[in-house]
Design a protein around this ligand. Structure first.
Ligand SMILES: [Zn+2]
Length: 186
């Protein structure tokens, strides 16, 4: 019987109690290079609060709740999410575990990917600038339009696209919000 090899968690960083990124495992550089994100250089990331890298009020609330739950649960918290590239649907998994040192270990791995029907690029905007802007779910990467939350390559984008990038407001869709761990009883 053949067993498919599990994908490794190739991105890993540690947060202190104040959510400051205190260390990053090797492998991060490849990720930053592949994503053409020189501002994600480890030297510029270590020492900064994770929330500086999270776009959107609802997404920040979501991430804070995940972190709190992982610290309370005392067992690894695993969540599926999407981190699409312009051409690919990328199905990811994250795992948060509290280490004995008190640091929170946050790992990510790619489970599988498949091509998108069309190339899509996004850049973050704010609801203040664009009150009727397209909302992109930070967790499942679906877009909200008049037809509800749909796959990005199946969503009609009403807005004019500049430089090929679609301005989006980052949020979390109701489906992903409902997957948040419920508050643990005291
Ligand atoms: Zn979602």
């Amino acid at each position: 019987m053949s067993v498919e090899r599990e994908a490794e968690f190739d991105i890993c960083y540690w947060l202190d109690v104040g959510d400051v990124i205190v260390d990053i495992a090797p492998g991060w550089e490849n990720f930053a290079q592949e994503n053409n994100a020189p501002d994600l250089d480890t030297r510029r990331v270590i020492g900064r609060n994770l929330m500086n890298f999270v776009e959107g009020d609802v997404t920040r609330m979501y991430v804070r709740t995940l972190i709190q739950s992982a610290r309370l649960l005392r067992k690894p918290l695993v969540r599926a999410y999407r981190c699409d590239s312009p051409d690919q649907r990328r199905f990811m998994e994250m795992r948060l575990s509290l280490e004995r040192s008190g640091l929170l270990r946050w790992e990510h791995r790619l489970l599988r990917s498949e091509p998108l029907a069309r190339r899509l690029q996004f850049h973050a905007t704010s609801p203040v600038l664009r009150p009727h802007g397209v909302v992109r779910c930070s967790m499942c990467n679906r877009l909200k339009s008049s037809h509800g939350w749909t796959e990005p390559d199946l969503t009609e984008i009403p807005e004019t696209v500049h430089d090929g990038a679609i301005p989006v407001i980052y949020g979390v869709c109701p489906n992903c919000l409902s997957s948040l761990p419920k508050k643990t009883p005291r």
